[in-house]
Design a protein around this ligand. Sequence first.
Ligand code: SF4
Length: 343
Amino acid sequence: MTSESKSPILVVENLRTVFHTPRGDVRAVDGVSFELRPGETLGLVGESGSGKSVLGRTVMGLISNDARTTVTGKVTLGGVDVHGVKRAVRRKLWGTEVAMVFQDPMTSLNPVKRIGTHLTETLRFHLRCTRKEAEERAVELLTQVGIPEPKRRMRQYPHEMSGGMRQRVVIAMALACDPRLLIADEPTTALDVTVQKQILDLLGNLTTERDMATVLVSHDLGAVAGRTDRVQVMYAGRTVEQGRTSEVFAAPTHPYTDALLASIPQIENAPHSLLRAIEGNPPDMANPPGGCRFAPRCGYADTTCTSDLPLLQPLAGPGRSVACHHPLLAGAAPVGSEHTHGR
Ligand code: SF4
């Protein structure tokens, strides 16, 4: 059975996360929808501040309604309305239905607890198993995530391990109770390049072996290329483009996606050539521009762009859509520019 023919594990419908701050309301996530099926990996990409991490945390239910935050829309995880149930019920979903890998393993691990304690505590809390059973399962998990000498490592403290090993421990903790959905929030940011590849390969293999759904949150398009089935590009809290990763990367239609891809250093570039950056900064989310939020940085902007907010519209291709008044076609050029678009 292909993943596309399976029922979705996760359905996100028109999700909005608004933080009420002294400077005004910040719409960190503004009307995002998507579905995810077993065995599928979705890449959530965008610059820092685009709302992707807040989206991941809201999906998991770590951010929910309180005096300073309003969450609207719906997140259905394994048939359960994540924000419609009591916190005690939501807590039971964490670990068993959904788990998260955070970007810095040092902040996910307690420096005064041994690695074995981190794992066995999680297992005993969720699975109500004996200490011995939990220890055996912990050793199994450490082996699965590629940690050598797992029995010896169980007795170590986090500071005795390298960054890559710590991140493997965090992944083992996340997988301890066989979650059906894994959200990996910038899981390789704190690691060097070779370890990044190992961790991303490990996550890919575990997704396939366990038939999990995985959301890979990253600012690094290189990390999601070839490792995700679909990609969702976010800007200022909104989805600006989505589709199959191979199709979006081969022919981006939103100027922001195109600019993100153009800013990836290429091996064939001449030595010392300047890196291409996206001009300007992401908007102040307490006071975003009217119309398209990317307009102040977009070379294709016109008066329609600055007055009307573009909505996601379907394009040719399964699940492909873009939120832009003037989606790019090959050879399109920025408004008022002689420059031929570089694709
Ligand atoms: Fe650029 Fe206009 Fe498209 Fe926004 S709607 S990305 S400003 S062309």
